[in-house]
Design a protein around this ligand. Structure first.
Ligand code: MG
Length: 377
């Protein structure tokens, strides 16, 4: 027996299907995600910088690929199921609205009286019902374990709703406060490692933060000094890349070391033992602190930079105007969204699925106002 998730003993799919002849359940999940419409749209969705602000910044697609890469490396070292990690990582951001967190906050505010909007729950809605690819069911009909990992946070109220529709399903752990699989725990941490590193890179590239500012943090300063001592003539971006590379490696090795130690101590025998234990995939105390310091730095200096928040206000207005327009006249939405019993949820689903530029263009079409410059083709 092993503490890793075994596709042969998966809790299964919501609609029974014959197994694939050559692929495990988790490999098949990953393949379904890669071929989905929502996955392709991640190319045109903002991570931090709006999609049209530059071709070199991360999008949700490249972010998801980086999370999958980091997750797989760590999973291999810890002998977890790499395919499950990859499937969860590639799907974890499928439910994000256009315009990053600004879009999500605006849509959540629009939906306040109708159950709110949570992007993790929306990622689950995408794979459970919104994708339309198969003759026999809505959604991608993924395995329980992949769905469990995709729903990384969930409010109690929404967990109760999920639980009433799917007893002892993916909502239960937010009610009984148990843990998900090690693979799901790992994806959360790989997500954090990925965005801390790439937001430093994109932040410096954009000119909004500087290497000197970053050096106020002990973790960054230490690696910068180390790199310059080893390569005194190294300059410009290569210094930054080498510092980021060491930062990434240090975090990856830290997770591997500390998680292995936690596993050796807790000795889970099965993947279900893991669910009843405290979270086992973890940083050591010092790295936990340093990663939190990094997050705080990026929050203060990048995510709340006036140049980032300036477009935030416009992005939120686009979402609000779209929401009002579709709510007032559902015929403005395509078939499949118009005519649904829960109109507000249909509007939220439609808006959440949009790419940045589609939302900006649709806003211009409906209001005649150009708020965000759509990418030229
Ligand atoms: Mg993410």
């Amino acid at each position: 027996m092993s503490y890793s998730s075994d596709p042969a003993s998966s809790r299964g799919r919501r609609h029974a299907e014959a197994p694939a002849p050559t692929r495990t359940a988790f490999q098949r999940d990953r393949d379904r995600i890669v071929h989905s419409t929502a996955f392709r749209r991640l190319v045109y969705k903002t991570q931090v910088f709006l999609n049209h602000e530059g071709d070199l910044f991360r999008t949700r697609m490249t972010h998801s690929l980086e999370v999958a890469q980091l997750g797989r490396s760590i999973a291999r070292a810890l002998r977890l199921n790499e395919d499950l990690v990859e499937a969860i990582a590639l799907a974890h951001d499928l439910g994000h609205t256009p315009f990053g967190h600004a879009g999500q906050d605006a849509l959540n505010a629009c939906m306040a009286a109708y159950g709110g909007f949570e992007h993790n729950l929306q990622s689950l809605r995408v794979v459970d019902s919104l994708e339309e690819r198969y003759p026999e069911f809505d959604g991608l009909n993924l395995s329980y374990e992949t769905r469990e990992g995709i729903l990384k946070h969930c409010s109690r109220a929404n967990a109760q709703k999920l639980e009433s529709r799917e007893p002892e399903g993916v909502g239960l752990r937010f009610l009984d406060l148990s843990q998900p699989s090690l693979e799901a725990q790992l994806c959360n941490l790989a997500d954090e490692i990925a965005y801390n590193a790439h937001d430093i890179d994109d932040g410096v590239r954009s000119g909004l933060i500087t290497v000197d500012q970053l050096s106020s943090m002990a973790l960054f300063r230490g690696y910068r000094e180390e790199v310059l001592a080893e390569y005194p003539d190294l300059q410009g971006r290569r210094v930054l890349y080498e510092v980021i590379r060491r930062l990434l490696s240090a975090q990856v090795y830290d997770v591997i070391r500390n998680t292995q130690a936690a596993l050796d101590l807790a000795r889970p025998q099965t993947s279900d033992d893991v669910r009843r234990m405290p979270a086992l995939v973890r940083f050591g105390d010092q790295m936990r602190e340093q990663s939190t310091e990094l997050k705080r730095f990026l929050m203060q200096n990048l995510y709340r930079h006036p140049q980032v928040t300036r477009t935030t206000g416009q992005a939120q207005q686009v979402i609000r105007d779209l929401f009002d327009a579709y709510s007032a006249d559902e015929a403005l939405m395509p078939e499949g969204f118009a005519g649904r019993a829960d109109r507000q949820r249909a509007v939220a689903d439609y808006i959440a699925g949009m790419t940045d530029r589609f939302a900006a263009r649709e806003h211009e079409r409906l209001t005649g106002q150009r708020l965000l410059e759509p990418a030229t083709e």
